[in-house]
Design a binder for this molecule. Structure first.
Ligand SMILES: *Cc1c(COP(=O)(O)O)cnc(C)c1O
Length: 379
Protein backbone atom coordinates (compact mmCIF):
# COMPACT_ATOMS: atom_id res chain seq x y z
CA UNK A 1 0.00 0.00 0.00
CA UNK A 2 1.20 3.49 -0.82
CA UNK A 3 1.31 6.17 1.82
CA UNK A 4 -1.59 8.57 1.47
CA UNK A 5 0.57 11.43 0.21
CA UNK A 6 2.18 9.17 -2.40
CA UNK A 7 -1.19 7.91 -3.47
CA UNK A 8 -2.36 11.50 -3.93
CA UNK A 9 0.80 12.29 -5.86
CA UNK A 10 0.16 9.33 -8.17
CA UNK A 11 -3.47 10.26 -8.72
CA UNK A 12 -2.52 13.81 -9.56
CA UNK A 13 0.05 12.56 -12.07
CA UNK A 14 -2.44 10.16 -13.67
CA UNK A 15 -5.00 12.90 -14.03
CA UNK A 16 -2.48 15.20 -15.61
CA UNK A 17 -1.33 12.54 -18.11
CA UNK A 18 -4.94 11.87 -19.07
CA UNK A 19 -5.56 15.59 -19.54
CA UNK A 20 -2.43 16.16 -21.63
CA UNK A 21 -3.40 13.27 -23.93
CA UNK A 22 -6.33 15.43 -25.13
CA UNK A 23 -3.93 18.03 -26.51
CA UNK A 24 -1.53 15.69 -28.24
CA UNK A 25 -1.59 16.48 -31.95
CA UNK A 26 2.01 17.46 -32.67
CA UNK A 27 3.83 14.13 -32.37
CA UNK A 28 3.38 11.13 -34.66
CA UNK A 29 1.88 8.86 -32.04
CA UNK A 30 -1.38 6.94 -32.46
CA UNK A 31 -3.67 7.05 -29.47
CA UNK A 32 -6.62 5.02 -30.65
CA UNK A 33 -5.45 1.64 -29.37
CA UNK A 34 -7.16 -0.56 -26.81
CA UNK A 35 -5.00 -3.33 -25.41
CA UNK A 36 -7.09 -3.99 -22.31
CA UNK A 37 -7.42 -7.66 -23.23
CA UNK A 38 -3.66 -7.95 -22.71
CA UNK A 39 -3.53 -6.38 -19.25
CA UNK A 40 -3.11 -9.72 -17.41
CA UNK A 41 0.27 -9.99 -19.14
CA UNK A 42 1.48 -6.94 -17.21
CA UNK A 43 1.82 -9.27 -14.25
CA UNK A 44 4.52 -11.26 -16.05
CA UNK A 45 8.19 -10.36 -16.57
CA UNK A 46 8.23 -11.22 -20.27
CA UNK A 47 11.66 -10.89 -21.83
CA UNK A 48 12.76 -11.76 -25.37
CA UNK A 49 16.47 -11.60 -24.57
CA UNK A 50 18.67 -12.28 -27.59
CA UNK A 51 17.78 -13.46 -31.07
CA UNK A 52 14.04 -13.75 -31.80
CA UNK A 53 14.55 -16.75 -34.06
CA UNK A 54 16.60 -18.81 -31.61
CA UNK A 55 14.88 -20.24 -28.54
CA UNK A 56 16.30 -19.22 -25.18
CA UNK A 57 16.46 -20.89 -21.79
CA UNK A 58 14.58 -17.76 -20.65
CA UNK A 59 11.31 -19.31 -21.71
CA UNK A 60 9.04 -16.64 -20.21
CA UNK A 61 9.04 -14.75 -23.49
CA UNK A 62 6.83 -13.82 -26.46
CA UNK A 63 9.17 -15.02 -29.23
CA UNK A 64 6.51 -17.06 -31.00
CA UNK A 65 4.30 -13.96 -31.39
CA UNK A 66 7.29 -11.78 -32.22
CA UNK A 67 8.09 -14.10 -35.12
CA UNK A 68 4.55 -13.76 -36.46
CA UNK A 69 4.88 -9.98 -36.26
CA UNK A 70 8.18 -10.11 -38.12
CA UNK A 71 6.68 -12.35 -40.78
CA UNK A 72 3.79 -9.93 -41.30
CA UNK A 73 6.19 -7.04 -41.85
CA UNK A 74 8.55 -9.13 -43.99
CA UNK A 75 5.63 -9.65 -46.36
CA UNK A 76 4.51 -6.03 -46.15
CA UNK A 77 8.04 -4.86 -47.02
CA UNK A 78 8.64 -7.55 -49.67
CA UNK A 79 11.66 -8.93 -47.85
CA UNK A 80 13.48 -11.58 -49.92
CA UNK A 81 11.99 -14.99 -49.08
CA UNK A 82 14.12 -16.97 -46.63
CA UNK A 83 16.70 -14.20 -46.62
CA UNK A 84 15.44 -11.75 -44.04
CA UNK A 85 16.00 -11.31 -40.37
CA UNK A 86 14.77 -8.78 -37.87
CA UNK A 87 13.61 -8.13 -34.35
CA UNK A 88 11.26 -5.95 -32.36
CA UNK A 89 13.28 -3.01 -31.06
CA UNK A 90 12.74 -0.27 -28.50
CA UNK A 91 11.92 2.15 -31.30
CA UNK A 92 13.04 3.69 -34.56
CA UNK A 93 16.39 4.92 -33.24
CA UNK A 94 17.52 1.44 -32.24
CA UNK A 95 16.45 0.11 -35.64
CA UNK A 96 18.50 2.78 -37.38
CA UNK A 97 21.48 2.01 -35.17
CA UNK A 98 21.18 -1.66 -36.09
CA UNK A 99 20.89 -0.97 -39.83
CA UNK A 100 23.96 1.26 -39.74
CA UNK A 101 25.81 -1.29 -37.58
CA UNK A 102 25.22 -4.00 -40.18
CA UNK A 103 26.25 -1.60 -42.96
CA UNK A 104 29.48 -0.74 -41.14
CA UNK A 105 30.31 -4.44 -40.60
CA UNK A 106 30.01 -4.92 -44.37
CA UNK A 107 31.80 -1.68 -45.32
CA UNK A 108 34.08 -0.70 -42.41
CA UNK A 109 35.46 2.25 -44.38
CA UNK A 110 32.13 3.27 -45.91
CA UNK A 111 30.81 6.82 -45.73
CA UNK A 112 27.28 7.42 -44.46
CA UNK A 113 25.29 9.95 -46.52
CA UNK A 114 22.18 11.42 -44.93
CA UNK A 115 20.19 14.58 -45.47
CA UNK A 116 20.07 17.53 -43.12
CA UNK A 117 16.40 16.77 -42.40
CA UNK A 118 17.34 13.42 -40.88
CA UNK A 119 16.20 12.55 -37.33
CA UNK A 120 18.64 13.66 -34.64
CA UNK A 121 19.26 10.09 -33.51
CA UNK A 122 21.08 9.20 -36.72
CA UNK A 123 23.95 11.58 -36.07
CA UNK A 124 24.36 10.08 -32.62
CA UNK A 125 24.30 6.57 -34.10
CA UNK A 126 27.03 7.53 -36.55
CA UNK A 127 29.15 8.83 -33.67
CA UNK A 128 28.61 5.65 -31.69
CA UNK A 129 29.68 3.58 -34.69
CA UNK A 130 32.58 5.90 -35.43
CA UNK A 131 31.68 6.12 -39.13
CA UNK A 132 32.61 8.84 -41.57
CA UNK A 133 29.60 10.72 -42.82
CA UNK A 134 28.50 13.54 -45.10
CA UNK A 135 25.36 15.61 -44.65
CA UNK A 136 23.42 16.24 -47.86
CA UNK A 137 21.38 19.38 -48.45
CA UNK A 138 17.61 19.14 -48.61
CA UNK A 139 15.10 20.63 -50.99
CA UNK A 140 12.40 22.97 -49.68
CA UNK A 141 10.02 20.13 -48.91
CA UNK A 142 12.60 18.30 -46.78
CA UNK A 143 13.53 15.73 -49.43
CA UNK A 144 17.18 15.00 -50.17
CA UNK A 145 18.81 17.25 -52.78
CA UNK A 146 19.86 14.63 -55.35
CA UNK A 147 22.16 17.06 -57.16
CA UNK A 148 24.13 17.58 -53.95
CA UNK A 149 24.17 13.83 -53.28
CA UNK A 150 25.48 13.19 -56.76
CA UNK A 151 28.29 15.73 -56.34
CA UNK A 152 29.32 14.38 -52.94
CA UNK A 153 29.33 10.80 -54.18
CA UNK A 154 31.41 11.77 -57.16
CA UNK A 155 34.04 13.32 -54.88
CA UNK A 156 34.33 10.11 -52.85
CA UNK A 157 33.81 7.51 -55.55
CA UNK A 158 36.57 5.27 -54.23
CA UNK A 159 34.82 4.64 -50.90
CA UNK A 160 31.82 2.40 -50.24
CA UNK A 161 28.53 4.22 -49.91
CA UNK A 162 26.07 3.85 -47.04
CA UNK A 163 22.84 5.76 -47.70
CA UNK A 164 20.47 6.62 -44.87
CA UNK A 165 17.22 7.37 -46.69
CA UNK A 166 14.29 9.06 -44.97
CA UNK A 167 10.84 7.65 -45.49
CA UNK A 168 9.04 10.48 -43.81
CA UNK A 169 11.27 13.14 -42.23
CA UNK A 170 10.52 14.30 -38.72
CA UNK A 171 9.42 17.84 -39.54
CA UNK A 172 7.77 17.64 -42.98
CA UNK A 173 7.35 13.90 -43.60
CA UNK A 174 9.38 14.12 -46.82
CA UNK A 175 10.41 10.90 -48.52
CA UNK A 176 13.74 10.35 -50.23
CA UNK A 177 13.33 8.60 -53.57
CA UNK A 178 15.26 5.32 -53.72
CA UNK A 179 14.94 5.05 -57.50
CA UNK A 180 16.67 8.42 -57.92
CA UNK A 181 19.37 7.46 -55.44
CA UNK A 182 19.97 4.15 -57.18
CA UNK A 183 20.13 5.86 -60.58
CA UNK A 184 22.89 8.14 -59.24
CA UNK A 185 24.84 5.18 -57.84
CA UNK A 186 24.50 3.43 -61.19
CA UNK A 187 25.58 6.43 -63.23
CA UNK A 188 28.70 6.79 -61.08
CA UNK A 189 29.38 3.03 -61.36
CA UNK A 190 29.51 2.68 -57.57
CA UNK A 191 29.17 -1.02 -56.84
CA UNK A 192 29.77 -1.08 -53.09
CA UNK A 193 26.70 0.44 -51.59
CA UNK A 194 24.20 -0.18 -48.82
CA UNK A 195 20.83 1.53 -48.35
CA UNK A 196 19.11 1.75 -44.98
CA UNK A 197 15.63 3.28 -44.87
CA UNK A 198 14.56 5.19 -41.78
CA UNK A 199 10.87 4.50 -42.15
CA UNK A 200 10.11 5.16 -38.47
CA UNK A 201 7.37 7.62 -39.21
CA UNK A 202 5.76 6.74 -42.53
CA UNK A 203 6.88 3.17 -43.24
CA UNK A 204 3.86 1.22 -42.10
CA UNK A 205 1.10 3.20 -43.80
CA UNK A 206 3.14 3.98 -46.91
CA UNK A 207 3.68 0.26 -47.43
CA UNK A 208 0.06 -0.61 -46.64
CA UNK A 209 -1.19 1.97 -49.16
CA UNK A 210 1.57 1.01 -51.63
CA UNK A 211 2.53 4.66 -52.02
CA UNK A 212 5.12 5.82 -54.53
CA UNK A 213 8.03 6.32 -54.31
CA UNK A 214 8.45 2.83 -52.86
CA UNK A 215 11.19 2.18 -50.35
CA UNK A 216 11.10 -1.49 -49.39
CA UNK A 217 13.36 -4.42 -50.29
CA UNK A 218 11.86 -4.54 -53.79
CA UNK A 219 13.01 -0.98 -54.34
CA UNK A 220 16.58 -1.56 -53.20
CA UNK A 221 16.57 -1.25 -49.40
CA UNK A 222 19.15 -3.44 -47.68
CA UNK A 223 17.59 -2.81 -44.29
CA UNK A 224 14.80 -0.73 -42.84
CA UNK A 225 13.47 0.38 -39.50
CA UNK A 226 10.01 1.43 -38.37
CA UNK A 227 8.52 2.58 -35.10
CA UNK A 228 5.71 0.54 -33.59
CA UNK A 229 4.36 3.17 -31.23
CA UNK A 230 3.79 5.72 -33.99
CA UNK A 231 1.24 4.64 -36.60
CA UNK A 232 0.25 1.30 -35.04
CA UNK A 233 0.32 2.58 -31.49
CA UNK A 234 1.61 1.09 -28.26
CA UNK A 235 1.71 2.24 -24.64
CA UNK A 236 5.41 1.33 -24.65
CA UNK A 237 7.74 2.68 -27.34
CA UNK A 238 8.75 -0.05 -29.75
CA UNK A 239 9.75 -0.65 -33.34
CA UNK A 240 11.08 -3.17 -35.74
CA UNK A 241 14.22 -3.56 -37.80
CA UNK A 242 14.61 -5.84 -40.78
CA UNK A 243 17.78 -6.69 -42.69
CA UNK A 244 18.80 -9.17 -45.34
CA UNK A 245 19.78 -12.29 -43.44
CA UNK A 246 23.10 -12.93 -45.17
CA UNK A 247 24.26 -9.49 -43.96
CA UNK A 248 23.25 -10.05 -40.38
CA UNK A 249 25.15 -13.31 -40.17
CA UNK A 250 28.32 -11.29 -39.65
CA UNK A 251 26.95 -10.29 -36.24
CA UNK A 252 26.14 -12.35 -33.17
CA UNK A 253 27.86 -14.55 -30.65
CA UNK A 254 26.52 -17.64 -28.98
CA UNK A 255 26.08 -16.87 -25.26
CA UNK A 256 25.75 -19.93 -23.00
CA UNK A 257 24.26 -17.89 -20.12
CA UNK A 258 21.09 -17.01 -22.05
CA UNK A 259 21.19 -20.15 -24.22
CA UNK A 260 20.61 -18.10 -27.38
CA UNK A 261 22.51 -15.85 -29.76
CA UNK A 262 23.34 -12.24 -29.00
CA UNK A 263 22.41 -10.61 -32.29
CA UNK A 264 20.47 -7.62 -30.99
CA UNK A 265 21.61 -4.22 -29.69
CA UNK A 266 20.17 -4.51 -26.19
CA UNK A 267 20.40 -7.75 -24.25
CA UNK A 268 17.07 -7.98 -22.45
CA UNK A 269 14.29 -7.02 -24.81
CA UNK A 270 10.76 -5.96 -24.02
CA UNK A 271 8.54 -9.02 -24.23
CA UNK A 272 5.28 -7.07 -24.05
CA UNK A 273 5.63 -4.82 -27.07
CA UNK A 274 5.71 -7.72 -29.57
CA UNK A 275 2.40 -8.84 -28.07
CA UNK A 276 0.91 -5.37 -28.55
CA UNK A 277 2.08 -5.32 -32.15
CA UNK A 278 0.79 -8.84 -32.74
CA UNK A 279 -2.59 -7.90 -31.28
CA UNK A 280 -2.82 -4.76 -33.44
CA UNK A 281 -1.99 -6.44 -36.73
CA UNK A 282 -4.34 -9.34 -36.01
CA UNK A 283 -7.15 -6.96 -35.13
CA UNK A 284 -6.58 -4.55 -38.02
CA UNK A 285 -4.97 -6.61 -40.77
CA UNK A 286 -3.69 -4.86 -43.90
CA UNK A 287 -7.21 -3.65 -44.71
CA UNK A 288 -7.62 -2.09 -41.28
CA UNK A 289 -4.23 -0.38 -41.53
CA UNK A 290 -5.21 1.03 -44.94
CA UNK A 291 -8.55 2.26 -43.66
CA UNK A 292 -6.91 4.03 -40.73
CA UNK A 293 -4.36 5.63 -43.03
CA UNK A 294 -7.07 6.91 -45.37
CA UNK A 295 -8.95 8.50 -42.48
CA UNK A 296 -5.73 10.19 -41.35
CA UNK A 297 -5.12 11.52 -44.87
CA UNK A 298 -8.66 12.91 -44.91
CA UNK A 299 -8.04 14.63 -41.58
CA UNK A 300 -4.82 16.17 -42.93
CA UNK A 301 -6.69 17.43 -46.01
CA UNK A 302 -9.41 18.87 -43.74
CA UNK A 303 -6.85 20.72 -41.64
CA UNK A 304 -5.14 22.19 -44.73
CA UNK A 305 -8.50 23.30 -46.13
CA UNK A 306 -9.48 25.00 -42.90
CA UNK A 307 -6.09 26.75 -42.70
CA UNK A 308 -6.55 27.98 -46.27
CA UNK A 309 -9.96 29.38 -45.32
CA UNK A 310 -8.22 31.34 -42.56
CA UNK A 311 -5.77 32.68 -45.12
CA UNK A 312 -2.88 30.72 -43.58
CA UNK A 313 -0.41 29.03 -45.91
CA UNK A 314 -0.36 25.44 -44.68
CA UNK A 315 1.08 22.62 -46.76
CA UNK A 316 1.92 18.90 -46.77
CA UNK A 317 4.09 16.60 -48.81
CA UNK A 318 2.09 14.23 -51.06
CA UNK A 319 0.25 11.57 -49.05
CA UNK A 320 1.59 12.90 -45.75
CA UNK A 321 -0.25 13.03 -42.43
CA UNK A 322 1.90 16.02 -41.42
CA UNK A 323 0.55 19.53 -41.99
CA UNK A 324 3.13 22.35 -41.80
CA UNK A 325 2.13 25.95 -41.02
CA UNK A 326 3.56 29.17 -39.55
CA UNK A 327 4.29 28.64 -35.86
CA UNK A 328 1.75 30.04 -33.39
CA UNK A 329 2.73 31.55 -30.02
CA UNK A 330 4.78 29.62 -27.51
CA UNK A 331 1.77 29.12 -25.25
CA UNK A 332 -0.23 27.50 -28.06
CA UNK A 333 2.72 25.36 -29.01
CA UNK A 334 2.99 24.18 -25.44
CA UNK A 335 -0.74 23.61 -25.04
CA UNK A 336 -0.95 21.48 -28.22
CA UNK A 337 2.57 19.99 -27.91
CA UNK A 338 3.67 21.23 -31.33
CA UNK A 339 7.25 20.65 -32.49
CA UNK A 340 8.64 23.79 -34.14
CA UNK A 341 11.65 24.48 -36.34
CA UNK A 342 12.63 27.56 -38.36
CA UNK A 343 9.37 29.34 -37.61
CA UNK A 344 7.17 26.44 -38.65
CA UNK A 345 5.12 24.02 -36.58
CA UNK A 346 3.29 20.89 -37.58
CA UNK A 347 0.26 18.87 -36.65
CA UNK A 348 0.45 15.19 -37.45
CA UNK A 349 -2.96 13.66 -38.12
CA UNK A 350 -2.25 10.30 -36.55
CA UNK A 351 -4.92 7.72 -35.74
CA UNK A 352 -6.77 9.04 -32.72
CA UNK A 353 -6.54 12.73 -33.68
CA UNK A 354 -10.18 13.75 -34.12
CA UNK A 355 -11.86 16.44 -36.20
CA UNK A 356 -13.11 17.92 -32.90
CA UNK A 357 -9.54 18.32 -31.66
CA UNK A 358 -8.51 19.90 -34.95
CA UNK A 359 -11.44 22.31 -34.74
CA UNK A 360 -10.55 23.28 -31.20
CA UNK A 361 -6.94 23.82 -32.20
CA UNK A 362 -8.03 25.92 -35.20
CA UNK A 363 -10.19 28.06 -32.91
CA UNK A 364 -7.12 28.75 -30.75
CA UNK A 365 -5.02 29.49 -33.83
CA UNK A 366 -7.65 31.78 -35.30
CA UNK A 367 -8.03 33.72 -32.05
CA UNK A 368 -4.32 34.55 -32.17
CA UNK A 369 -4.57 35.66 -35.80
CA UNK A 370 -7.41 38.02 -34.92
CA UNK A 371 -5.48 39.39 -31.95
CA UNK A 372 -2.35 39.91 -34.11
CA UNK A 373 -4.45 41.80 -36.67
CA UNK A 374 -5.91 44.03 -33.95
CA UNK A 375 -2.43 44.79 -32.63
CA UNK A 376 -1.22 45.54 -36.17
CA UNK A 377 -4.19 47.89 -36.73
CA UNK A 378 -3.39 49.85 -33.53
CA UNK A 379 0.28 50.17 -34.56
C1 LIG B 1 10.47 8.94 -34.49
C2 LIG B 1 11.53 8.88 -35.51
C3 LIG B 1 12.76 8.25 -35.25
C4 LIG B 1 13.12 7.70 -33.92
O1 LIG B 1 12.27 6.75 -33.50
P1 LIG B 1 12.08 6.43 -31.95
O2 LIG B 1 11.05 5.39 -32.03
O3 LIG B 1 11.66 7.69 -31.28
O4 LIG B 1 13.38 5.93 -31.46
C5 LIG B 1 13.68 8.21 -36.26
N1 LIG B 1 13.44 8.74 -37.44
C6 LIG B 1 12.27 9.35 -37.73
C7 LIG B 1 12.06 9.92 -39.09
C8 LIG B 1 11.28 9.43 -36.77
O5 LIG B 1 10.13 10.05 -37.06
Amino acid sequence: MLKQEDSQRLNAYMKKAEERSKYFIGYPIAQDFDYSELYPLLKLPLNNVGDPQVESTYDLNSRSLEQEVLKFFAELFHAPAANWWGYVTNGGSEGNLYGLYVAREIYPNGIVYYSEATHYSVQKNIQLLNCNSIVIRTQHNGEMDYEDLSQMLQMHRDQPVIILANIGTTMTEAKDDLSKIKAILRSLAIKNHYIHCDAALAGTYSAALELEPGFDFNYGADSLAISGHKFIGSPIPCGLVMVKKNYKERIGKNIPYIGTIDTTISGSRNGHSPVFLWYAIKKLGIEGLKERALICLEHAAYLRRRFTELGVSAWSNPFALTVVFPAPSLSLRQKWQLATEDGHSHVICMPGVSIEQLDEFLEDYKAELVKDKEVAAVL
